[in-house]
Every structure is written in C-alpha cells, then in structure tokens.
Design a protein around this ligand. Structure first.
Ligand code: NAP
Length: 246
C-alpha cells in the first residue's frame, strides 16, 4: 500500500497515465497529475481521484523542456516536501517508414519519449537521493524491445528508455532507489485508436493471448513496481503484452 506516498505521473490526463494515477491513488498515494495539452482531461483525472476519496493535483509541464521539468520538480517538492514515485508515461508517436520520416518527426518523438524521461529523472533524482528511497518507472514499449517497421523513431526512443532505466538503476541502487521499465504491448487508448483497421488486425495476430490490453493491465504492473512488494527489483523490463515479446 502507498499511504503517505507522493507519486508524479507524466501524461496523466488520459490513457495509460490516467489508469496508473487512479490505481496508485486507490493504493493511498497522493497524485501529481502532469499534463501538457489536455488541461480538461487532467482536471477530470483529478476529479475521479477526489471522488474516490483520494488527493490529486494537476500540474502542466511539457516534459521535453528541461527547464520546465526543473520548475515542476521545484513546485512539487515545495508543496509536498517529498516525492516517492515517478512514472515517466508521457509519450507520442509520429509513425512512418524510415525513407520518408522527417527529421522533425524523429526529433519530436525522441524529445518527448526519451529526453522527457531524462529531464524528469535528472530533476527529481536529488529528491530521491535525499530521501534514500524512491521508485522510478519508465513506460517503454514492446516496440522498444522488438523493433517495429514504421516506428524507427518510436522504437529508438523506447529502446533508449530501457538503456536509461538500466544505467540509472545501477547508479541509484545503493541509495535504495529502484528504477524499472514497463513495456506495454497493444493497449486500447487514443494512441492505438489512431491506427488503421488493417494495422490493428496485424498486431492482434501477433498477440499470443489473442486480445488487446486494457490500460488497467499496465496500471497493475506499475502498482507492483511502485509498491514495497518489489523493493529488491531494479533495472528490469516488465513486458505487459499478452506474450508479444516472447
Ligand atoms: P495517449 O492516450 O496518446 O496519451 C499520451 C499521453 O502523453 C497524454 O497524456 C499526453 O498528455 C502525454 N504527453 C504527450 N506529450 C507530452 C509532453 N510533451 N509533456 C507531457 N505529457 C505529454 O497514449 P497512451 O496509449 O496512454 O500511452 C502512454 C504511454 O504508454 C506512452 O509512453 C506510450 O508510448 C506507451 N505505450 C502505449 C502503448 C499502447 O498500445 N497504447 C503501447 C506501448 C507503450 P496531453 O494530452 O496533456 O498532452
């Protein structure tokens, strides 16, 4: 259980980030609901948590902006005095074949998905180090584990997140800080809704469990990695994908 703990979830207004926020709140954590463009959705996430008897606070920050992440870390630590759980969930896709991928689409995806996680970890790690405890959970993807045609930028960002996870896990392990990654497969959210029916069929055929995942499937895995049940686990990648990466 997470009573008395403070958790920051990036991209928590909708999709997987919202489900993670609701789950961690249900376990007793106070939630900082980070968002970038979806202010109304973020307010909805806060309301859902409050209606269930929890505590939450929405904070706008573009995670790809290093200085803004510094401001967010300052604001959050001033308000709560501590941060126990950091979930780097914010992510975007700009799919396309490598021959046609624009430099902008490559940079955008890397800036948000990979540098965004660096930015938050860089600014929050001093808080964790002072506390001598903490859980950092990075949301990677099965695309980062296996690669995926049409997603060179996204796969690179998600594979990069795995490298970041393992390196930071080694750096912070002796201070009682655990750093792990969750690699979702195909989860029903706005991100996958945007795919063509044909692409969805192809992905479904590659899932041994023959069903797509729900945002709650990811939230449950994150809950385990945020809880003291996983205190001796660090530097790992937990695939939550119905068997896609077997
Ligand atoms: P989604 O529904 O498209 O939501 C994306 C989230 O990222 C939104 O909350 C968005 O916030 C946030 N975000 C985007 N740019 C941001 C920025 N610059 N700063 C802060 N937040 C930003 O996607 P999802 O499916 O829930 O995905 C969540 C995570 O899981 C992503 O990292 C994604 O790569 C990963 N994932 C998803 C799947 C899947 O099948 N859905 C599979 C593998 C991995 P705003 O709306 O406020 O901008």
């Amino acid at each position: 259980m997470l009573e008395g703990k403070v958790a920051l979830v990036t991209g928590a207004g909708r999709g997987i980030g919202r489900a993670i926020s609701l789950k961690l709140a249900e376990m007793g954590a106070k939630i900082i609901v980070n968002y970038c463009g979806s202010e109304e959705k973020a307010k909805e996430t806060v309301k859902l948590i409050e209606n269930a008897g929890g505590e939450a606070w929405a904070v706008r920050c573009d995670v790809s902006d290093f200085a803004s992440c510094g401001e967010m870390a300052k604001t959050v630590t001033e308000k709560y005095g501590r941060v126990d759980i950091l979930v780097n969930n914010a992510g975007v896709t700009r799919d396309g074949l490598i021959m046609r991928m624009s430099e902008d689409d490559y940079d955008k995806v890397l800036d948000i998905n990979l540098k965004g996680a660096f930015n938050t970890i860089r600014h929050f790690s001093s808080v964790f180090l002072k506390q001598r405890s903490g859980k950092i959970i990075n949301i990677s993807s099965v695309s980062g584990v296996l690669g995926n045609a049409g997603q060179a930028n996204y796969s690179a960002s998600k594979a990069g997140l795995i490298g970041l996870t393992k390196s930071v896990a080694r750096e912070l392990a002796s201070r009682g800080i655990c750093v792990n990654a969750v690699a979702p497969g195909f989860i029903e959210t706005d991100m996958t809704e945007a795919m063509s029916d044909k692409a969805k069929e192809t992905v479904l055929a590659a899932i041994p469990m023959k069903r797509t995942g729900k945002t709650e499937d990811i939230a449950k895995a994150v809950a385990f990695l945020a809880d003291d049940a996983s205190d001796y686990i660090t530097g790992q990648v937990l695939c939550v994908d119905g068997g896609m990466a077997i």
